[in-house]
Design a protein around this ligand. Structure first.
Ligand code: FEO
Length: 410
């Protein structure tokens, strides 16, 4: 991968990863980038880094060579966020540059010792502090706690107007040697928007209140460029990703888009019979519907669509007096990630006894999810014609509720 110039005196370095589960759990079929930035005044700073997976730090070091930068030329290592996808390279860096100087928050300093036993000279900074690199380039720091760990901060280059917010404004998806919004087609921008939504729902969603505060802080700065730790760099239209993140944060409490996500699982095809009627009921009102079967679809994608949706349908049988287990996992994950206040409906088959409702109520209560359910339709064994008609009607009713809520008519 080639090093590229973001703007005068600011350079982007990056490493892509593929064929892993990010954080050990999230699929990344289109890869994932970790971005790092070199900022040059009279002194040189590197902002953020990459993970320590096999060969990844070497990708970064190769890019130093492309820029004719040596490890000893770097005066400051600025650590916005300590999660190892950004900090893992430090152990390898220390081997070639033992005495590097760190700029970070007090909480991150503790983590540096815990994760890597690094106790190098550290300039501890907080919101409003600055670092003068010389040649008119002053970096300003702004704490943005919990986007995505408590120690996180953003760095702002007052000379160029480039903001380095690390996880905030990031996206899944590997990037190429053309990583700037002004170099990408509309299709490519839309691809990264989809990957940004999934990234947000999977990684940042649980911290939507802090994310909203971070966006507000961003808007108080004269930002011209957004250079995140993951995904593309926004220098033509940074307001787009700011507006997108505002929307994503707001979707946590709802309403989100005028969409409904139907999630279903079935053991012997009885619950499955009711999926088509509920989908048809929703479509009859012209509301967009996303359909996912679990566990076949990974909850990463289900969560992305639920994040975008103002309505959710859960179709599942009772299993051992409880919810169909893969559905329990998915709904629990939605609670953890704070997909709150959805309009909802549940249907499903039971044999000798129900029980799914009790566990669903427990999960809803545990996470204070606040979903507003229509009366459920449970059927003994296979659904009758009357029950299928009722499920169609519930789909229609849910679609009407969603439309009215999103349009402010409810
Ligand atoms: Fe990209 Fe929270 O690390």
């Amino acid at each position: 991968m080639q090093t590229t110039q973001v703007t005068d005196g600011v350079f982007r370095l990056s490493a892509n990863v593929h064929d892993i589960l990010f954080e050990g759990m999230w699929p990344i079929p289109h890869g994932f980038s970790m971005n790092s930035y070199i900022v040059k005044g009279d002194k040189v700073a590197i902002i953020d880094g990459v993970c320590d997976w096999d060969g990844t730090p070497e990708v970064l070091f190769d890019q130093f060579k492309q820029m004719d930068v040596k490890a000893e030329d770097i005066d400051y290592v600025i650590i916005n966020h300590m999660e190892p996808d950004h900090s893992g390279w430090l152990k390898d860096f220390k081997k070639i540059r033992p005495d590097f100087k760190i700029v970070t928050t007090a909480k991150a300093k503790k983590l540096l010792e815990a994760f890597y036993e690094i106790e190098n000279e550290t300039i501890v900074v907080k919101s409003g502090d600055t670092l003068d690199l010389g040649d008119g380039r002053v970096l300003a720091f702004e704490e943005i706690p919990n986007v995505h760990w408590p120690e996180t901060m953003a760095t702002f280059d007052t000379k160029s107007g480039a903001l380095f917010p690390c996880d905030a404004f990031g996206a899944f998806g590997a990037i190429t040697d053309s990583p700037y919004d002004d170099q990408l087609s509309q299709d490519e921008i839309e691809f990264f928007e989809e990957e940004a939504t999934r990234y947000y729902a999977n990684i940042v969603g649980a911290y939507s209140a802090p994310a909203k505060k971070a966006v507000m802080k961003t808007e108080s700065l004269p930002v011209k460029i957004i250079a995140p730790g993951h995904g593309i760099v926004w220098r033509k239209n940074p307001q787009k990703i700011i507006d997108d993140y505002k929307r994503y944060a707001a979707y946590s409490k709802g309403p989100a888009k005028e969409e409904i996500t139907v999630i279903w699982g079935s053991m012997y095809g009885n619950t499955e019979q009711a999926v088509a009627p509920v989908v048809e009921g929703i479509k009859s009102e012209g509301v967009k519907v996303n359909v996912h079967r679990v566990p076949e679809t990974h909850y990463s994608y289900v969560l992305r669509d639920v994040w975008n949706s103002s309505g959710v349908v859960l179709g599942m049988p009772t299993y051992e007096y409880k919810m169909f287990a893969p559905m329990a996992v998915v709904v629990d994950e939605m609670g953890r990630k704070k997909a709150m206040n959805r309009k909802a409906f549940r249907f499903g088959s039971y044999g000798w006894s129900g029980g799914a409702q009790k566990e669903l109520d427990e999960i809803q209560e545990r996470y204070k999810m606040g979903w507003d359910f229509l009366e459920p339709v449970e059927f003994n064994g296979a659904p009758s014609k009357e029950e299928l008609d009722l499920i169609y009607q519930r789909g229609k009713e849910l679609a009407i509720q969603v439309r009215e809520w999103v349009r402010g008519e409810a």
